[in-house]
Design a binder for this molecule. Sequence first.
Ligand code: 13P
Ligand code: SF4
Length: 310
Amino acid sequence: VDPTLDLIQEIEKLKKEKNAIILAHYYQESEIQDIADYIGDSLGLAQQAANTDADIIVFAGVHFMAETAKMLNPSKKVLLPDLKAGCSLADSCPAPIFAKFKEKHPDHVVVSYINCTADLKTLTDVCCTSTNAKAIIDSIPEDKPIIFAPDKNLGAYLNKVTGRDMILWNGSCMVHEIFSQEKIVKLKERHPDALLIAHPECEAHLLDMADHVGSTSSLLRFTAESTAKEFIVATEVGIIHQMEKANPEKTFIPAPPNNTCACNECPHMKRNTMEKLYLCMKHELPEIHLQEKQIVEGRKCIDRMLEVSA
Ligand code: 13P
Ligand code: SF4
């Protein structure tokens, strides 16, 4: 790409020319968030994707999010700036292995976190995000046993808040497992008035000491509504951009990772760059393609989720 090109201007031009909409997750780099038409959590993004009248959906997020948008809009072109933008949670639950596991529990309802592949969605009864997970589980009759995939940390948290005893798949998010409890305790000693806020993909010992647990949109809302002036943020650092924008007088400290080489940025989310965003809109590539079965079967669990969350 010509280094003198004004990428912001070019992307804006392409949006109009092609009737394209850019949907961005809170974990995207700040510049991408600033040029997006909608920034949100996984639920908000799925709802936007379901309702857009744009011809092209450009997904500034990861692969499972773009797949979800394609299932909801099979006739539209869905672009992802980098097809390799995956997710450790989605990778942790391969559909063929899960299918065998499911066969052993034929009486169980399968609830899957939306962070999973299109193939896993075809094996799922109802999907959820961290925003609506409790409501989705509460909507299932109490006498129905549940398998929850793929996030064991979110699953354990949900077992606690719903009082259920769901069988948990052994998957996890590489970003949310990296925080150091020891360093956070020390940080709290130095910032006694700071509140610890954490995403439920974090491990239980961290959630137990948090002042607020919630999805990215819930954390964002909490920082705006709370009278506290300082927050230690235990989720991917990209979200801090919106927190600072909405609350310039407040301080946001990223929760420290457990060793100095580790980093609390999601390497998948951060594969997308302004340059790749521009190129993908210009060439309309890479595009998400799904098989008919993935769309028809996979979509059902998303539709069920959207009905409960409407
Ligand atoms: P939410 O934004 O829905 O809370 O999801 C967090 C996440 O890890 C997305 O990959
Ligand atoms: Fe997946 Fe975790 Fe990255 Fe979200 S932050 S995309 S759950 S690896």
